[in-house]
Each structure stands twice: as structure tokens, then as C-alpha cells.
Design a protein around this ligand. Structure first.
Ligand SMILES: [Zn+2]
Ligand SMILES: [Zn+2]
Length: 270
């Protein structure tokens, strides 16, 4: 299982990257095709990310999109995927699974300017995310865990085969947008890779929306990930400040997400 950073700028697109989007890939058997293939899941599709995703895979090769929550900086480019699927080269392929909070289809209609008669049934099939209820996509299993944000939100634990040792299962946890909370800590426990938002700095003292570096460090210390990757840093924030705040509560390894960077979940087996 690998994680590709498609877009990682917090709250908007920025000069270095689009808004939030992460591609999770793993090889696994496809019973319909009778052969092994790559399975592809996009975590969020923020503004500008659809085109950047296309540089990595054909959009019709997406098996699923998981929406952590329905803020526009995480879902807006679903409209690009909708156009590609309805009128473009994606039209000949089956609907793509869209997993998200209860209001996901309603929020897509709002962005699209459509009323309730629009179902998107040719393009998407919808599954509502539920705390602790696993969803299988090929060799990957996604389990949502509720976040603490200004709208309903989920982090997600994804388990799948290691890139070079398929008998070994590895795990990734993506926080979505959230403040530190018990359910996120439960879901992230012992993950091989923790992809964590850090939408605030210590100057932002509001609770229940985002984490700052110190809060992320506390989550990491309580969950002990094999690898910690920071994301959703707003474009005007200095990364050095974020890392300085993180180091007050976490002494383990840390990376900062950058567009096109690829992480092998669980590391490379020798
Ligand atoms: Zn956000
Ligand atoms: Zn948000």
C-alpha cells in the first residue's frame, strides 16, 4: 500500500499544491477481471486536485473516493470528476464509489447548482460513512472514526497489503480535519503511517476545529505511529513554526506532505 500526496495545502489551493487530496494505492486480485491490478482510492478531492490526480492515474481508474467531510476545500473537485464521468471518457465505466458523511450527495448538488432530482447514479454510488463500520474496496479496508470539527467529519483507518510483502497487512490513518479527540486516537492507534492535519498554529486557540503542532504531537505520542506525515498547513504558515510546536510533544520521526511525494506504508521490506 502506498500513499501519494496529490494536494496538501490547508483550507484552499496554494502556490505549492492544490487543496486536500491523497491517493492510496495497493495491488490486489480483481475477481471480475480474473487478475491482479492496482486499486485506487482518493481521500478528499479539494480545489485543483482533480487535474493533479490525473497526472498519476486516469480518473476512470479510481475505485472509490472517501470524503472526510463536506467542506469545500475537501470536496469541490468532485464536480470535475462528475463531468468526466458523465460526458467524458469516464462515461463507459461503472459508477465510482463515494463514501462520506450523511449529507455528501446534498453538498455535491449544492456545489453543482442542482436540486434533489439529480442523483448522479451513472457516475457515483454512495455509501454513508459510519463510525467503526468497515468498507472493503478490493484489498483495502476503510474504517471511519468520527472527528471533532465544525461539521460532521471522519478520520479513516485504511488497512491493506504491504507494497513488496503482500502477506503483511499495513495500516494508514488519515485524520481529515479534526481537533484532537478520543475517537481519532482510537482509530489511529499503532498505524504504520499517520497522515495528520495541522490546520492551526498555537496562535489559534479555538477548540473543536483543527489541531496545532502540539496537539498533533500529543495524538502521535498516544498512538505511536511508525511514520508521521503532517498536512493541511495553511499557505501563509511557516513549516518551521509547525515543527517547533510539534517537537514540544513528539520526539519521533516526522515528514511534511509535499505534492507528488510517495510514501510506502510500513516502509520497504528488505
Ligand atoms: Zn480543510
Ligand atoms: Zn474542514
Amino acid at each position: 500500500m502506498e500513499l501519494r500526496i496529490i494536494g496538501c495545502t490547508g483550507s484552499m489551493s496554494g502556490p505549492e499544491s492544490s487543496a486536500s487530496c491523497y491517493l492510496v494505492r495497493a495491488r490486489g486480485f480483481d475477481a471480475q477481471q480474473g487478475q491482479e491490478r492496482w486499486w485506487n482510492i482518493a481521500l478528499d478531492l479539494g480545489p485543483g486536485s482533480f487535474g493533479r490526480l490525473w497526472r498519476h492515474i486516469k480518473p476512470c481508474d479510481l475505485d472509490a473516493v472517501f470524503f472526510s467531510h463536506c467542506h469545500a476545500d475537501h470536496i469541490a473537485d468532485i464536480i470535475s470528476l462528475h463531468v468526466y464521468k458523465r460526458w467524458g471518457p469516464g462515461a463507459q465505466f461503472p459508477p465510482i464509489l463515494v463514501i462520506g458523511p450523511q449529507q455528501t450527495r446534498h453538498r455535491i448538488r449544492q456545489i453543482d447548482g442542482c436540486d434533489d432530482t439529480e442523483t448522479y447514479e451513472g457516475e457515483f454510488s454512495f455509501i454513508e460513512a459510519s463510525e467503526g463500520v468497515p468498507i472493503s474496496v478490493g484489498p483495502l479496508t476503510l474504517t471511519p472514526y468520527a472527528g471533532w470539527h465544525s461539521v460532521p467529519s471522519y478520520g479513516v483507518r485504511i488497512e491493506g497489503p504491504h507494497a513488496t510483502d503482500s502477506a503483511r497487512r499495513v495500516s494508514l490513518f488519515y485524520t481529515g480535519d479534526t481537533d484532537e479527540c478520543e475517537s481519532i486516537i482510537r482509530g489511529a492507534q499503532g498505524a504504520d503511517l499517520l497522515l495528520s492535519e495541522v490546520g492551526f498554529t498555537s496562535a489559534d486557540t479555538t477548540r473543536g476545529i483543527h489541531m496545532d503542532g502540539a496537539r498533533v504531537g500529543r495524538v502521535a505520542t498516544q498512538t505511536q505511529p511508525g511514520q508521521l506525515v503532517l498536512t493541511h498547513i495553511q499557505p501563509w504558515v511557516e513549516v518551521a513554526q509547525v515543527l517547533g510546536e510539534l517537537r514540544s510533544t513528539w520526539s519521533g520521526p516526522v515528514s511534511v506532505a509535499q505534492e507528488d511525494r510517495i510514501f510506502q506504508v510500513g516502509g520497504i521490506s528488505s
